[in-house]
Design a protein around this ligand. Structure first.
Ligand code: GUN
Length: 298
């Protein structure tokens, strides 16, 4: 693709990986290799792909990683016991339990069991609370953090902007809104959080300077919902049936890209926009967890 208004998530993630690699080198000089444990329950095909990509990034950057795959029928007690062992494992600085979990798990109990200082996903209530309070000592969830970083590194002004976030999920929508309305640098935006019950959604979207689509509905955002010049960030990853594709489906975002791209001030392609940034932020959080462990131990 060669559109002038594209935000190249792969290139920006590459810059961040370079910065993270320098920090890893410094840590290794002090005798510490950052370590990240992945926990995946069941055989959700998308989760397998995501964890595979994260493992690969660890290997490329020199982060130690180990993956624990538990059967779908694993009990909550067994999962909590594994997390307890990882919490006290000194080789492991970050723990990631891939979502979604099978429905017989209580997600809040599981995510509360990961020690906050190893919670590189930012899902523990302590880290969620710190984000809400504007306390920078916590970990922030990787995908919204990646969206914010893309805006910053693409010179999109967040301060004072009207930002509409579509979707109120715990992984993206809610933390995204919290980050952007924060009092502070690269924040101070006026944020509207829209969802399936929002009245006249199009009117909200058309007011936005920055529109962030994270509701998981294939190609929901159409051209008539976007004011010319708006910066459009597409977080969606949706499988839609496609008899012509070899595997029977193709992946599309939450934005009807072909329609919206010509209007947008800037726009993330999908794939190649937000996705690589989630991984870059995870690597960064893991390295930060390792750095913090060093400070705690000295
Ligand atoms: N599933 C979709 N996004 C994420 C994420 O950022 N972290 C985890 N653990 N699971 C996810």
């Amino acid at each position: 693709m060669s559109f002038a208004n594209l935000i190249d998530g792969r290139a920006i993630a590459g810059q961040i990986h370079d910065e993270t690699t320098q920090r890893i080198t410094a840590l290794k000089a002090r005798g510490v290799q950052p370590g990240l444990a992945f926990v995946r329950v069941g055989e959700d095909p998308a989760s397998k792909v995501y964890v595979g990509r994260k493992e690969k990034a660890c290997a490329q950057l020199g982060i130690f990683s180990e993956t624990h795959v538990l059967p779908q029928a694993t009990t909550e007690a067994d999962l909590l016991a594994l997390l307890g062992r990882l919490n006290v494992n000194e080789r492991i600085h970050g723990i990631l339990v891939q979502a979604p979990l099978p429905t017989h798990f209580r997600a809040t109990v599981v995510y509360s069991t990961v020690l906050p200082q190893k919670d590189v996903d930012g899902f523990h209530p302590v880290n969620v609370g710190k984000l809400m309070l504007g306390d920078p000592t916590g970990f922030w969830p990787c995908t919204p953090m990646g969206v914010r970083e893309l805006l910053i590194r693409s010179q999109v002004k967040i301060e004072g902007a009207d930002i509409v976030v579509l979707g109120r999920g715990n992984i993206v929508g809610k933390p995204m809104a919290a980050m952007l309305c924060q009092k502070g640098r690269h924040a101070n935006a006026t944020v509207t959080l829209c969802h399936s019950q929002t009245r006249d959604l199009g009117a909200h979207c058309r007011r936005a300077n920055i529109l962030i689509a994270a509701m998981g509905v294939p190609e929901f955002v159409k051209a008539d919902m976007v004011k010319p010049g708006t910066v459009v960030m597409d977080v969606g990853v949706n499988r839609v049936n496609d008899p012509k594709a070899t595997n029977g489906y193709r992946l599309v975002g939450d934005v009807e890209f072909a329609q919206v791209q010509p209007l947008a001030g800037k726009i993330t392609p999908n794939p190649g926009g937000v996705g690589p940034m989630t991984i870059a932020m995870l690597m960064q959080n893991t390295v930060r967890a390792a750095e913090l462990s060093l400070n705690l131990n000295n």
